[in-house]
Design a protein around this ligand. Structure first.
Ligand SMILES: *[C@@H]1O[C@H](CO)[C@@H](O)[C@H](O)[C@H]1NC(C)=O
Length: 427
């Protein structure tokens, strides 16, 4: 196997001071800046503008920043909350590790941006866990490589990856690093959306990693997408790889290459004070399903400050292939020759989910357009060791509510933690 014998280097472990901000700080300033003191408090705007380590520091939690380099040269940034603030706050006591992995176009901010009461990163630290939060190659915090330039006009080489590489290369590197650092042998894995997809990639392609998992808590699990009903996605999906090829011809390998497009869209659609909030909420609902009740609009600037956080166009194309082809396969390079070169077969191999022998808990909901129940059921049937399917007890709960719902703690996180604690964490 190509990436056996991973070499891990902690390049440097330090704090960034105040040199960095959230990925979309310009968007926040233009869209929400004028609302300072009016609709949005300075406190909310500040949360929208701080980067993840500074955000965690602001709320009085311990934070560590670690850099992990992958065998193929990407430099990934991890954020760690090693212990709680109010409970379980003894720095040097050994704690079970939990590794959190964000979804598409997201980052480690997902686990802290709603603050200490609702952010899963903080909740787990208070519950006695050593919390490690990953960042996939190509996102705002992991947009670095030992030799390739993400901003190159000449080559899109940096961006030639999908969630296949995130699962096959990034996750093993980050998991091994956090286990070594914490002196543990196993960890709990919590993944949202693409964070679950990448887990299934890892444990099917590199089954030895199943041994390192105490439990896998999949939030809004995505593997099969054949039952997706979004008309826009269904229309684009068959052309997924062609679109990527076209984009790379004109030098674009990153999806939403910079915040300018996003700022433009925001200003165009969100400028008017009167219509602003409903339309900006609609952008979120369009992606993740409709649920007005559970959306805290006060936190909109924070969400737009941290999301989108960057991804390769191929990550979206790979999902497109799953929607069009109705299979859970490795990335289709578009021609028999290119696939043969990558995989030795003219069509991309299917991920063998029977090799996923770690105990998997699937947390799904009725109103998640990106994880239709039929597709979650297929996943459940094919997994090697699924523990169960757990439905969030609110019919309107959507894809992003897994992170941001007003009642996410009682509806979901308490259940997740309950099941984690049923597992033998000393093993
Ligand atoms: C929405 O978020 C704000 C800021 O964190 C918080 O003060 C408020 O209580 C939240 N609203 C609801 C309904 O939970």
């Amino acid at each position: 196997m190509r990436f056996q014998g991973i070499l891990l280097i902690c390049m440097f472990c330090f704090s960034f001071g105040d040199a960095r901000s959230s990925p979309n700080v310009e968007v926040v300033r233009r869209l929400f800046g004028n609302d300072r003191g009016a609709r949005y408090s300075n406190n909310v705007i500040e949360d929208a503008e701080l980067d993840v380590p500074d955000l965690i520091r602001k709320y009085g939690y311990p934070v560590e920043v670690h850099h992990v380099s992958t065998p193929d040269g990407y430099i990934l940034e991890m954020h760690r909350i090693p212990h709680g603030r109010y409970a379980n706050n003894r720095p040097n006591s050994k704690k079970p590790v939990v590794f959190l992995m964000h979804g598409l176009l997201c980052s480690s901010a997902d686990w802290v941006m709603t603050g200490p009461k609702l952010g899963l990163g903080y909740i787990l630290a208070e519950e006695g866990y050593d919390v490690w939060m990953g960042n996939a190659r190509g996102n705002y915090y992991s947009r670095r490589h030992i030799s390739l330039n993400p901003d190159s006009f000449i080559s899109t080489q940096f961006w030639k990856f999908s969630w296949d590489e995130i699962g096959n290369i990034d996750l093993p590197a980050m998991i091994d690093f956090s286990l070594r650092r914490s002196g543990q042998k196993k960890l709990h894995y919590i993944g949202h959306s693409q964070g679950s997809t990448a887990f299934f990639v890892m444990t099917s392609l590199r089954p030895e990693y199943n041994q390192k998992i105490i439990s896998m808590q999949a939030l809004a699990p995505v593997a099969y997408m054949g039952h997706n009903k979004n008309p826009l996605l269904l229309a684009i999906a068959p052309f997924a790889h062609e679109l990527v090829t076209l984009a790379s011809l004109i030098g674009i390998g990153e999806f939403l290459p910079n915040s300018r497009v996003f700022t433009w869209a925001g200003q165009t659609f969100c400028k008017d004070e009167v219509v602003f909030q409903p339309i900006c909420s609609n952008i979120l609902f369009l992606i993740g399903g409709w649920n007005e009740q559970q959306l805290n609009t006060t936190l909109l600037p924070v969400k737009f400050g941290h999301t989108p956080a960057g991804a390769a166009a191929r990550q979206l194309a790979h999902y497109g292939q799953g929607i069009a082809g109705k299979e859970f396969r490795r990335y289709d390079h578009g021609s028999r020759l290119a696939n043969r070169r990558a995989y030795g077969t003219s069509t991309p191999p299917k991920y063998d989910l029977s090799k996923v022998t770690a105990p998997v808990f699937l947390h799904y909901s009725d109103n998640d357009p990106l994880a239709e129940i039929e597709d979650v059921e297929i996943l459940y049937r094919e997994l090697g060791n699924p523990v169960g399917m757990f439905r969030v007890p609110l019919a309107t709960f959507n894809h992003l509510d897994f992170l941001w719902a007003i009642d996410v703690r009682t509806l979901l996180y308490d259940t997740v933690i309950y099941y984690m604690k049923t597992m033998n964490e000393d093993a």
